[in-house]
Design a binder for this molecule. Structure first.
Ligand SMILES: [Zn+2]
Length: 260
């Protein structure tokens, strides 16, 4: 059985067939989905998905809502986040992080939101799911300053040195659709080098479609039901048996979430 450690199941892309997607995921061998809303207005929907589908659930304010063209998170949203965490006891804080690739990057505001959310994670002793885009070293700086129990560095795309630093701080690295493309050489070599105890699998659905969705995959919807097929490809890349790879990555997610 597999776990999708990073998914946006409440995205409008799934509005037409969310029940079917979850049923297909279960049938394909996905035992749990970690569902991560990125804005305080989406937390109620995530609770409904927790209720209906048994999702593991995070609360967090995604950097895309903090800076860039769709910034819609004023600073008082941190207090709102905190009260949701206190009341509803999520499994983790996320998706949070820093994105230095977007336009109007507003780095100082992103760093403020990131460090405030790390403090919430530390206060409630929760792991975090990190969005790390062209920001590895700054993220690491904050993680050294505000120690959280553990977490996932989602869709990891840094150097092997940075990868090992995340591992040293107790993080697992998330691999998914991007690593299924043969031309993604750097990510695939990281996938081979990272210790198995620090690898988790993810879809980031509806984003980051895997190679097998075809040449038009950039316009195709990714889905948690593809996680086992992604996992089999990545197991092959590491030279592992799919069943053993599934068991190891699943237990890594459960260990990070304190749910094993
Ligand atoms: Zn995401």
């Amino acid at each position: 059985m597999w776990i999708d450690s990073h998914c946006h199941l409440d995205s409008p892309e799934f509005d037409v067939d969310r029940d079917e997607v979850v049923a297909a995921s279960r049938a394909a061998g996905v035992e749990a989905i970690v569902n991560l809303p990125g804005h305080v207005d989406h937390f109620a929907r995530a609770l409904a998905s927790r209720e209906r589908y048994g999702c593991l659930t995070g609360f967090g304010i995604h950097p895309m809502w903090v800076a860039g063209p769709s910034a819609q998170s004023p600073r008082d949203h941190i207090a709102i986040l905190r009260s949701w965490v206190e009341r509803e006891k999520p499994d983790l804080i996320g998706e949070i992080g820093l994105d230095f690739y977007i336009s109007d990057v507003n780095q100082s505001e992103q760093e403020w939101f990131f460090s405030e959310q790390l403090k919430v994670a530390r206060e409630f002793d929760l792991p975090v799911s990190l969005h790390v885009r062209r920001s590895q070293d700054v993220i690491l700086k904050h993680l050294r300053r505000i120690r959280v129990r553990s977490g996932f560095a989602h869709a990891f795309n840094g150097s092997s040195q940075q990868a090992m630093e995340f591992v040293r701080l107790g993080f697992c690295l998330g691999f998914g659709g991007t690593a299924t493309f043969p031309q993604a050489r750097r990510i695939r070599s990281l996938l081979r080098d990272v210790p198995l105890s620090s690898v988790v699998l993810e879809t980031d659905a509806p984003d980051l479609p895997p190679s097998f969705l075809g040449a038009m995959s950039s316009t195709r919807r990714n889905s948690p039901e593809y996680l086992p097929a992604i996992g089999e490809l990545l197991a092959r890349e590491r030279g592992e048996l799919p069943a053993a790879f599934a068991a190891a990555t699943t237990s890594n997610v459960r260990r990070v979430l304190g749910a094993d």
